[in-house]
Structure formats: C-alpha cells, structure tokens
Design a protein around this ligand. Structure first.
Ligand code: ATP
Ligand code: LTN
Length: 333
C-alpha cells in the first residue's frame, strides 16, 4: 500500500537591512539549507519589517535583491522551497491588522527588542517598530508552520506569535497552527568579535566586530586574528572567558565538532593558532556562497523570475488562511 506522508512545514524570514553576518548565518540561515531537505519550507525576505527603522529607498531596493540572491546562493532551491519577498504577498499586512486588534498593548510593551531598538533609534520610535512582532506573527501564522528556525534573540517574538495564535483560536475557532521555535544548539547567539558581551550585529559601526557572509578570505582571517580575547591562554569554554568561548562556539557551529572535541583538538595550543584556525574554517565555509552570490546578483531577470513565482506560490497558501480568519471574525467575504 502506498502511503503519502505529509512533510512538516517550516517558515522563516530575514530582514534585508544590511550585510548579513556570520551570526545570521549560524543562528538561522545554515539551518534553512538543512531543513529544506526534510521539510516543506517557506522562506521570505522580510522587507516590510526593514522600514521599522529609517531606510534610504535606493539602498533598501538593492538590499532586497541582494538578500534574495543570498538565499539562493546559500543553496535554497526555488523548486523545493517557496522563496519570496514579504511585501509581494499583501496578506501579510492584512492579517497583521486582524491580529493587531487581538493583541494587547501591555504584551507588546514587554518585548526587549523594542526596548533596545527604540533606545538606539530614539529619533524614530514609530508605531511600526512597536507592533513589529504582530507583523512577524502574521508572517508565521499564514503558512501554518510546525517549526520556525531563528536565532535565540527571536525567541520572545515567537512566544508572542504562539500566544496570539492560541488566543485567536480560542476566541474564533481553529484557524492557526501553534508553531514551535527551532533554535540551533550551537551558534544560536554569536557574539561581537570586539565586545563578546554584545551580540554580533550588522548594525555595529565597528566593522571588525562582525564578519559578513560576503567578506573575502583575507578580511575574514584578519577579523578573527584581531578578535578580542582575555589575557589568559588555553582553548577552554568558560563564563569568565567570553571572547574565547565565542570563538569556540563559532568553530564548533561551523565544523559540527562538539565543544569538548574542539577543546581537545586545540589542547596545548595558544590563542593565536586557534584564531587562525577559526578564521580558516569560516572562510572555507563562506567562500562557495560568495562565489555563487557574485554570479546571481548580476542576473536580475533570473532573480525576478524566481521571486515572482515564489510570491504566487506563497499567496495561494496565505490567501486561504487569511480568508478563513476573516470569516471567523465575522467579515462578509
Ligand atoms: P540587527 O543586527 O540589525 O538588529 P538582526 O541581524 O538581528 O538585525 P535579522 O536580519 O532579521 O536581524 O536576523 C535574522 C536572523 O538571524 C534571526 O533569526 C536572528 O535570530 C538571527 N541572528 C541575528 N543575529 C544573530 C547572532 N548574533 N547570533 C545568532 N543568530 C543571530
Ligand atoms: N524579526 C525577525 C525577522 C522575521 C521573521 C519573521 C523570522 C520577520 N518575520 C517570521 C521568523 C519568522 C528577525 O529575525 N529579526
């Protein structure tokens, strides 16, 4: 007897808000590629989220193209997965309104990212920045995913998406699937190479603090050589040695070796040797992505073909969920 087993569904998005970093790669994107083989995946460029902070129009447009090209360069395949741009599927904004009216001001006020970002962009604390997690909940819930792969910093936003979905289902009947976060064991929080107490972020003004996925080999190795570590020695993970611990996390996330295997491999070696080794494995991992990206980014018509097809596929799914939600709330459709 032939039985078709339905694949579990996965959804995630990434903002086109600058150069994507090794943090984005290890915390989120590396998993996307792996998940594509096993799950029914939908991945989007979250361009609507990007304007919660001020963007220069021409730069935003070019970053949307480059983020989409990077998704393809990572090995995401538009034949296997649905790869699209968030703003091309209007149901994201539309569902966001329905969900906003079912989300409390108080629960949004607890979001730590809002607190951080509003402090950082004090001249532009807009309503969109505040309600950002509701749009993110809409992104997720439209596709009824089982898993949402993200870095550890997004855990709180996923919890709120689950709360919103549960409340909506309770009030109006079953519409949404309650998604599970999928956070990698190593690499979920990659720290700055210059200040290991801060997360690695592309918006850090000190470019030595972060490695871009598209940095060339020499730049990557130079940044790791300059990485801030304490004055001790010994490649050992510990709370007191955050700089070296961050490098161990990166090394093991890239190579797939465990922390103790890594410690054993570098037993007796100094920080200098280890920094060089981390730089080399990272450069080796990222080189093929950069090569593929350089090919793709010059072919705008191919990118357009893929993202239009992706949006058509995505909208078919999104529309169904959106109308079901509208109907349950009482709209005439
Ligand atoms: P910014 O750094 O400008 O605030 P961001 O990189 O956090 O932005 P996104 O580009 O939307 O924001 O993040 C995309 C994905 O990368 C998310 O899943 C996020 O959890 C993950 N991510 C971002 N930074 C890190 C990091 N330092 N370590 C691990 N994962 C990260
Ligand atoms: N806010 C997310 C990006 C994002 C996202 C999503 C992630 C927007 N919509 C839906 C997962 C699912 C961030 O990573 N900064």
């Amino acid at each position: 007897m032939c039985e078709t087993i339905e694949k579990k569904k996965v959804l995630s998005c990434i903002q086109p808000s600058g150069m994507l970093t090794l943090g984005n790669y290890l915390g989120a994107l590396k998993n996307w590629k792996m998940m594509q083989e096993e799950f029914d995946c939908t991945f989007a460029v979250a361009d609507l989220h990007a304007i919660t902070v001020r963007q220069e129009p021409a730069k935003l447009r070019s970053q949307i193209y480059s983020t989409y090209a990077l998704m393809l360069a990572l090995g995401l395949n538009p034949e296997k997965s649905t790869l699209f741009i968030q703003s091309h599927v209007p149901e994201h904004s539309q569902l966001s309104w329905l969900l906003s009216c079912n989300t409390q001001f108080g629960e949004m006020s607890r979001m730590t990212q809002f607190k951080d970002k509003s402090a950082k962009h004090a001249d532009n604390v807009n309503v969109g920045l505040f309600s950002y997690p509701v749009l993110m909940a809409a992104d997720i819930l439209l596709y009824k995913p089982d898993f949402v792969p993200v870095g550890a910093d997004q855990k709180q936003h996923l919890e709120i998406a689950r709360d919103i979905a549960e409340r909506f289902n309770r009030l109006y009947g079953d519409v949404f699937t309650i998604p599970e976060p999928y956070i990698p064991k190593t690499g979920a929080r990659v720290m700055s190479l210059q200040d290991p107490e801060k997360k690695m972020s592309k918006s850090d003004d000190n470019t030595n603090a972060w490695v871009a996925i598209l940095d060339d080999r020499d730049t990557i190795i130079r940044k790791f050589k300059r990485a801030v570590t304490d004055s001790g020695s010994g490649v050992i993970m510990s709370d007191e040695k955050q700089g070296i611990s961050n490098l161990i996390t990166i090394y093991s996330a890239v190579t797939g070796k465990s922390v103790s295997e890594t410690e054993k491999e570098f037993d007796g070696k100094g920080y200098g040797d280890f920094k060089l080794a981390v730089g080399e494995v990272v450069a080796d991992e990222l080189a093929p992505i950069r090569e593929k990206y350089n090919e793709l980014i010059t072919d705008k018509s191919l990118l357009e073909k893929y993202f239009r097809e992706g949006a058509d596929k995505a909208e078919k799914v999104a529309r169904k969920t959106y109308f079901k939600a509208m109907k349950k709330v009482g709209f005439v459709i």
